[in-house]
Ligand binder design. Structure first.
Ligand code: HEC
Length: 186
């Protein structure tokens, strides 16, 4: 019996001794690094870097994985350079991805340009927006996949930019589908 009392007293004093009055420290802990992660919490200040922040900005010029910079300016010259100089990557110009291109077109372009690309989308029919051209070569003889990419990136006239709504791959898949719509209208 005495032995048990001794063990209890010993355990109680160990528990009490491991407490401390400073609420900013955990007191004594076993396996300290399991309680106190050595890694920094998000946005915690850190003395390691000169600016005192733990979350550092990427090095200047860093390009995120899968990101494709677009360097043609939002100007008439930029449009013209893209029209003549920006080539569609071959991988997107085959049949592969055509179905996805159609699906994306129906979501992002159809309401203005129309299912067939004849410029008679529902918004045009309801006269909510006007001046949407047909893709037909007779109406737009000079457009190229490069100029289409430019128009998706920067917009044109009252058509706004669609750059933020579509990924690089999706833009080219839609363009492939627009090329098909153009052919179908010949
Ligand atoms: C809000 C309506 C609207 C939507 C949505 C829209 N467009 Fe347009 N688009 C226009 C208008 C209006 C023009 C004519 C712009 C001009 O020439 O002033 C145009 C022009 C174009 C042209 C011809 C540009 C040129 O070089 O003359 C292409 C190609 C085109 N759009 C592709 C697309 C694609 C692809 C999408 C979907 C990602 C899309 N548009 C979504 C309204 C729209």
């Amino acid at each position: 019996m005495k032995r048990i009392t001794f063990v209890i007293v010993l355990a109680a004093s160990a528990i009490i001794a491991s407490c401390n009055t400073d609420s900013t420290t955990p007191g004594y802990t076993y396996f300290d690094d399991m309680y106190q992660s050595p890694s920094l919490e998000t946005y915690e200040p850190s003395a390691i870097f000169a600016n005192g922040l733990s979350a550092q900005l990427p090095v200047e010029g860093t390009v995120p994985r899968g990101y494709h910079p677009y360097e043609y300016a939002n100007s008439t010259e930029g449009y013209e350079s893209a029209r003549t100089g920006l080539m569609a990557p071959e991988e997107f110009m085959g049949e592969l991805g055509l179905q996805e291109g159609e699906d994306l077109y129906n979501i992002f372009c159809d309401h203005c340009h129309g299912e067939k690309g004849d410029g008679n989308g529902p918004l045009v029919m309801q006269e909510k927006i006007l001046g949407v051209p047909s893709y037909a070569a007779s109406r737009l003889p000079d457009i190229t996949p490069g100029s289409m990419y430019h128009v998706i990136m920067h917009g044109k006239g009252i058509m706004g930019s669609h750059a933020s709504q579509l990924t690089y791959d999706e833009r080219w898949k839609i363009i492939r589908y627009v090329v098909k719509l153009r052919e179908d209208q010949e």
